[in-house]
Design a protein around this ligand. Structure first.
Ligand SMILES: C[S@@+](CC[C@H](N)C(=O)[O-])C[C@H]1O[C@@H](n2cnc3c(N)ncnc32)[C@H](O)[C@@H]1O
Length: 320
């Protein structure tokens, strides 16, 4: 079967630019001016209060893992889910930069349980009420999970990637997967393939096989639905650039803050649950343990969003 991506106008335009030795406008952001410090804001607050304090078009990436009303915890209950979700979705669109994206986690299997939300209802709402573009529906496929007797045991969740505009930023090279040596050698000899692309590795596709956190995983900080850092890392690397700002207003375990610090992005991570403070403290301990917070230069508490911590960023790989 023909590769349908070759019929895609965007794909053809990118190839044409590459042949001319030119770059897409979003790619010029890759080497942005980075001061050597990143800023990280943490707060315990309702998502709508946080969003109301964020200026228009100031955020590059929103990592969004909302509650779906499936009564997993006290916070997981809303009377009219989509009415509530529509408020933060509209605010998310407002705060995203024209190059920005939102990655919304969820499953399609929860609809109807305890009365309302799932990712399908969010996607359907976005189709009708938002100008954002659904770029990919990413399937996060995990090998580990619960067993089942009355249906096939579930081994995936979805992540809907919406871009604010067609000018969205996407750094594929930062997340390519290297070919094994044998495949690479064979592909290098294949005249139909571009050796430069083969050397960089393969597009990881929209099916991500990554392990879910087990109960005793070393990454765990105590939050019941903590996502693996590996999944957040791929989103942050591909959809934001060093020195840009990542927002997570359902930050839960604080894993997005940890990844943002590691990857040289600024971050705003907030959650309504006061337990968030303890989770963030544990994430910071992990970073300290990994030697990443040795160079804290300043600690400030500013007005507006509660805490602003400034770290010297020791790992600006992409900006070097
Ligand atoms: C699915 S969890 C997020 C997990 C997170 N992605 C992680 O990997 O740790 C959803 C989070 O939303 C928070 N939450 C629920 N309602 C909220 C609201 N109205 N405003 C802010 N946070 C809220 C909950 O406290 C919970 O931590």
């Amino acid at each position: 079967m023909a590769n349908r991506s070759h019929r895609n106008a965007g794909h053809r335009a990118m190839n044409a630019l590459r042949k001319l030795g030119q770059k897409h406008s979003s790619e010029s952001l890759l080497r942005t001016d980075v001061s050597g410090k990143t800023h990280h804001v943490f707060d315990v607050a309702d998502c709508l209060d946080v969003l109301a304090r964020i200026p228009d078009e100031s955020i590059q990436l929103i990592v969004c893992d909302p509650p779906y009303n499936i009564l997993l915890a006290d916070w997981d209950s809303h009377q009219d889910y989509i009415r509530w979700a529509s408020k933060w979705l509209a605010e998310a669109e407002r705060v995203l930069a024209p190059t920005g994206s939102i990655a919304i986690f969820g499953g399609l299997q929860y609809q109807g349980e305890a009365g309302s939300g799932d990712l399908l209802s969010i996607i359907s709402h976005m189709r009708q009420h938002s100008k954002m573009l659904l770029v990919n529906l990413i399937i996060w496929n995990y090998p580990n999970g619960m067993s089942a007797q009355r249906f096939f045991a579930n081994r995936h969740e979805e992540i809907a990637w919406f871009a604010k505009t067609k000018k969205y930023y996407f750094d594929l090279d930062s997340v390519r997967e290297p070919y094994d040596e044998e495949t690479k050698a064979a592909y290098m000899k294949d005249k139909r393939l571009n050796p430069e692309s083969v050397a960089k590795g393969r597009n990881p596709t929209n099916v991500w096989r990554m392990v879910r956190l087990n109960g005793n995983s070393l990454e765990r900080v105590g939050h019941p639905t903590q996502k693996p850092a590996q999944v957040i890392e791929r989103l942050v690397r591909a959809l934001s650039y060093p020195g840009s700002t990542v927002l997570d207003f359902f930050a839960g375990s604080g894993v997005t803050a940890r990844v943002a610090i590691q990857e040289g992005r600024n971050s705003i991570c907030t959650d309504a649950d006061p337990a968030f403070r303890g989770y963030i403290a544990k994430q910071m301990q992990f970073l300290q343990h990994d030697g990443l917070l040795d160079s804290i230069r300043e600690y400030k508490v500013l007005e507006g969003l509660c805490h602003l911590e400034v770290f010297q960023q020791p790992m600006l790989k992409a900006a070097e």
